[in-house]
Design a protein around this ligand. Structure first.
Ligand SMILES: NCc1ccc(-c2ccco2)nc1
Length: 331
């Protein structure tokens, strides 16, 4: 079996949403596929009115195939301090023509204000590893883990684009979606993340390659690229107008600064992925400013590097759960 679904970026590519069908008859929600977590949760009719702001709600009582998992609950807090919690139902879920008939659907009773404010986002599909699912008393499998046995190949791929729709594919690799070769690197899933080691980086075409191993995770659910302080300093040191602006909480530079170099990261056996300098001028710090907040920021608050959407949208990525490895290709 296999599946393919379009993803659509919200403004500034802050997150990418995909249509998902839940229950019988189908209820369609727009969800955020997040390889940095492992809960499948949705806005639901269990929520207090004050927590809803335009989102589409999953109504388990309107689904003939929904069964409540009595005594089960969940609560999750994300790196950006947003959180959600609620009850658990089993129901049928279809993403891009791929159906899982008994998916644990985590129906929210409570969401933090950040989620309430994000009116286009109806919930998250966590495609990290099930070991970090938060359902109690027994953790639940991710959508991919449930689908995997029936797939042609135990992989899913992410093709995120800058300011344009892309695709998530399940169970196969679309050889037309990338150029050159796919370089595979081993994944350590013991923390539940798609954790891998980059051999290093290069700033611009003239800079030398810096052989410094960077431990990090591939995370579709994080907007920015969070790298070690030293890497940020090497990159921003090459941009004339760049500075660390404590009032903005990060590096900023003039959006049109022509000295902005491309950023390359190593994926293994000599391959590098090029992130265009334009991707790193993330967003204007305010409408009247000529300065942009950098798409690359320090990972010092996190403890490991997060290869978020800024990096992922420069590549075609194979999340190979069958072999616990990541495949990287240019496109
Ligand atoms: N890295 C997972 C994740 C995704 C989306 C969000 C989010 C959306 C609106 C408010 O917070 N938070 C965390």
């Amino acid at each position: 079996d296999r599946g393919s679904v379009q993803n659509s970026p919200k403004s500034y590519d802050v997150e990418y949403l995909m249509p998902v069908s839940l229950g019988t008859p189908a209820q369609q929600l727009n969800l955020d596929l997040d390889t940095g977590s492992s809960d499948f949760w949705v806005f639901s009719t269990l929520l207090k009115e004050s927590m809803i702001n335009g989102q589409t709600l999953y109504d388990p009582n309107a689904s003939t195939t929904a069964d409540k998992m009595e005594g089960y609950s969940w609560k999750i807090t994300y790196g950006d301090q947003s959180y959600s919690s609620g009850d658990v139902y089993v129901d049928t879920v279809t993403i891009g023509d791929l159906t899982v008939s008994t998916q644990a659907v985590e129906a929210a009773r409570e969401v933090s204000e950040e989620f309430t404010a994000d009116s286009d986002n109806d919930g998250l599909v966590g495609l990290g590893f099930g070991i970090i699912n938060t359902v109690m008393p027994y953790k639940q499998k991710t959508f991919f883990e449930k689908a995997m046995p029936g797939l042609d190949s135990p992989v899913f791929t992410a093709d995120l684009k800058s300011g344009a729709p892309g695709r998530y594919n399940f169970g196969y690799i679309d050889d037309g979606a990338y150029t050159g070769n796919i370089t595979y690197v081993p994944v350590n899933s013991s923390d539940g993340f798609w954790s891998w080691v980059s051999p290093g980086f290069q700033v611009g075409t003239t800079g030398s390659f810096n052989n410094t191993r960077i431990h990090g995770i591939a995370d579709t659910g994080t907007t920015l690229l969070l790298l070690p302080e030293g890497v940020c300093e090497a990159f921003y040191g090459r941009i004339a107008s760049a500075k660390y602006d404590a009032s903005q909480g990060g590096y900023t530079f003039e959006c049109n600064d022509s000295t902005t170099p491309d950023f390359y990261f190593g994926t293994g056996n000599g391959q590098m992925i090029r992130i265009p300098g334009s991707y790193l001028a993330y967003s204007k710090i305010d409408t009247s400013s000529l300065r942009c907040f950098g798409g690359m920021q320090s990972d010092s608050g996190v403890g490991f590097t997060i290869w978020g959407d800024i990096a992922l949208k420069a590549a075609f990525i194979v999340f190979d759960q069958g072999s616990e490895r990541l495949g990287w290709a240019e496109k």
